[in-house]
Design a protein around this ligand. Sequence first.
Ligand SMILES: *Cc1c(COP(=O)(O)O)cnc(C)c1O
Length: 393
Amino acid sequence: MSSPTDNKHQFRASTRLIHAGYDPHEYHGFVNPPVVHASTVLFPDAATMRRRDHSYLYGLRGTPTTDALEAALDDLEGSAGTILVPSGLAAISIPLLAFLSHGDHCLVIDSVYGPTRHFCDTLLTRMGVEVEYFDPAIGAGLKDLMRDTTRVVFLEAPGSNTFEMIDIRVMADIARAGNAVSMIDNTWATPLFLRPLDFGVDLSIHALTKYPGGHSDIMLGSVSATAATYTRLREAQMQIGINAAPDDAYLAIRGLKTMEVRLRAHERAALRLAHWLEGHSGVARVLHPALPSFPGHGLWKRQFKGASGLFSFVLDGGGNREADAFLDALRIFGLGYSWGGFESLALQVDLSDRLFAKAPTEGPVIRLQVGLENVDDLQEDLEAGFAAISAIG
Ligand SMILES: *Cc1c(COP(=O)(O)O)cnc(C)c1O
């Protein structure tokens, strides 16, 4: 029997999101894949075992559940192969370990996710890799930083917490011309809003913890690769010995089915609040790529198909005391890390580790993850935050 994805390229992304990765008729017609908990897989005879000629070999190497998620992500990203790992951070560290050796040079965008920088500054540096950060505004100037030993160019767009935009194709082309592997942390956009491999990037990295999971109840990561990079990436994953747990992979598959509907709702509510904040007297600037006032807006528009529900704004004056007053007055926005779930979250951003993409000077930077609550309620919640700042006097 034919599955709706047999000829999947005729379908649009919204349809592929629903049907990609798994054919119900391969498992009795059940519309969801089985959750396979496994270590041992039995072989029918010794010769088969010797040849390793079997669809599955061992739980660590994958199961029908992890296969279904990997196949769905390959379809969405346009990649040749995807690996799953137990967190978004592991989806950053594993490819860096896969493609870097002692003596290599690694270029990392300065607006990178904080724990990525921490990994680079500690374990990678201890391994003897020379890590160099570059200004997200460098553009074609990246070429001048390339060396004979540059093996990896690590990107993130938009930048973590401050949302700087880059020309992805220009940077991917510079990396490829220099025989370096380009990697991008694509968590903010999800494959629905950005397909980095279409822009010449080799590896697209996701914290599936965020929008694909969507319910703040799993930790999971993925790396989707070109044909030229996939084998080495998969080897590193197996050398290190990690994969995704079946229940988490299943929840990510489940989350993908509603991801576009949720993302569009996050996008709409976040944009409404961003526009409102832009006109608020307590706000110096709003850092949201879909706002025409944002410096990277043109780059965003040219490359991305949408904006998710995470953005920041800069308070007009004040310091930690004002930021704390604002955050403590919020009743709906919770104070917590991570994002991409159903619930709204707020926090004050720490940008003290930046070398080039420095913290705004007007006041504290507040990051919002806009959830799926009523947007009028969310606006009133933020208004209470501004009132608490005014009450300090
Ligand atoms: C959260 C996040 C990660 C890490 O994901 P975890 O699953 O929390 O380890 C990586 N990159 C970005 C941009 C993130 O926001």
